[in-house]
Ligand binder design. Sequence first.
Ligand SMILES: CC(C)(COP(=O)(O)OP(=O)(O)OC[C@H]1O[C@@H](n2cnc3c(N)ncnc32)[C@H](O)[C@@H]1OP(=O)(O)O)[C@@H](O)C(=O)NCCC(=O)NCCS
Length: 153
Amino acid sequence: MLLRKAIIKDITSIHNILNHFAKEDLLLPRSLSELYDHLRDYFVQEDEDHNKSIIGVCGLRICWEDLAEIKSLAVIKDWQGQGLGAQLVLRCLDEGRSLGIKKVFTLTYSPVFFNNLGFKEIAKETLPHKVWAECLNCPKFPKCDEIALMLDL
Ligand SMILES: CC(C)(COP(=O)(O)OP(=O)(O)OC[C@H]1O[C@@H](n2cnc3c(N)ncnc32)[C@H](O)[C@@H]1OP(=O)(O)O)[C@@H](O)C(=O)NCCC(=O)NCCS
């Protein structure tokens, strides 16, 4: 498995993976345009043995001077439970540290996965207003039932 920054040719696979889980209501859908705009936010897991296919993705969105968000985390079903999701999050956290980010939050339906990585549940209301800009595009807005968690880097 190769964990690396996403590049242009990965976009279609990233789009397919995220929108597959969006249909299951586990993630926000992402348009191709949005993925191209924010390509540099994303890391991918590449299966080096089978046509270099993309089997996992995760993004780090910088929100403010000390704050970033883990977003769009997904590993395809056949590859789940092998540590790839945790590796993706840890790589995003490393990037956050190297950029000088102090705190990373996420909004998720899988709080236990993030608890295992040291994230602690917080009240959504404590997040800055800017965070909610993306939520305007969410089909569930304004009735967000995701759980917010934060990690101090
Ligand atoms: C959530 C997801 C990315 C986890 O990826 P993964 O590669 O299967 O996770 P890992 O193998 O790295 O698991 C790391 C640990 O978290 C646990 N874990 C994995 N998925 C979990 C979940 N949904 N809820 C609770 N714990 C979970 C694993 O058991 C493992 O624990 P361990 O270290 O004690 O064995 C994957 O299940 C997925 O793509 N789900 C669908 C998309 C989704 O729900 N994304 C939302 C996340 S914001």
